[in-house]
Design a protein around this ligand. Structure first.
Ligand SMILES: C[S@@+](CC[C@H](N)C(=O)[O-])C[C@H]1O[C@@H](n2cnc3c(N)ncnc32)[C@H](O)[C@@H]1O
Length: 88
């Protein structure tokens, strides 16, 4: 990430299992290579949480193996130049 962009970004690492849907909303949530370890119910719950915690127009970035696990997402899949993301 370029320095002028990085200077405007607040990064936080948060354990999503402890998060609530009504917490602060985010522009981007990155959760890579984690959903693949969850059962379907926990995965759906995580996706609902991420969706609730994204601002309108915000992006959820998953790992390559997480994409299928998130097939029930209420978010919209968008293709980036080298990846796939989900947009609220
Ligand atoms: C393959 S690592 C991915 C780490 C990092 N996100 C990355 O892409 O380099 C899988 C991560 O999933 C986390 N994890 C596994 N089961 C989990 C669960 N039930 N709830 C929350 N995190 C879990 C593990 O703690 C581990 O950090």
């Amino acid at each position: 990430m370029r320095d002028e962009i990085r200077a405007r970004v607040q990064f936080e690492a948060r354990p999503f299992a402890l998060e609530k849907p009504d917490g602060p909303a985010n522009d981007v949530i990155v959760c890579r290579n984690v959903l693949i370890y969850l059962d379907r119910e926990a995965c759906d719950e995580a996706i609902r949480l991420f969706s609730a915690r994204l601002k309108a127009g915000g992006y959820l970035l998953l790992g390559p193996s997480d994409v299928l696990a998130a097939s029930v997402t209420p978010l919209t899949m968008v293709r980036l130049s080298h990846d796939v993301a989900y947009r609220k």
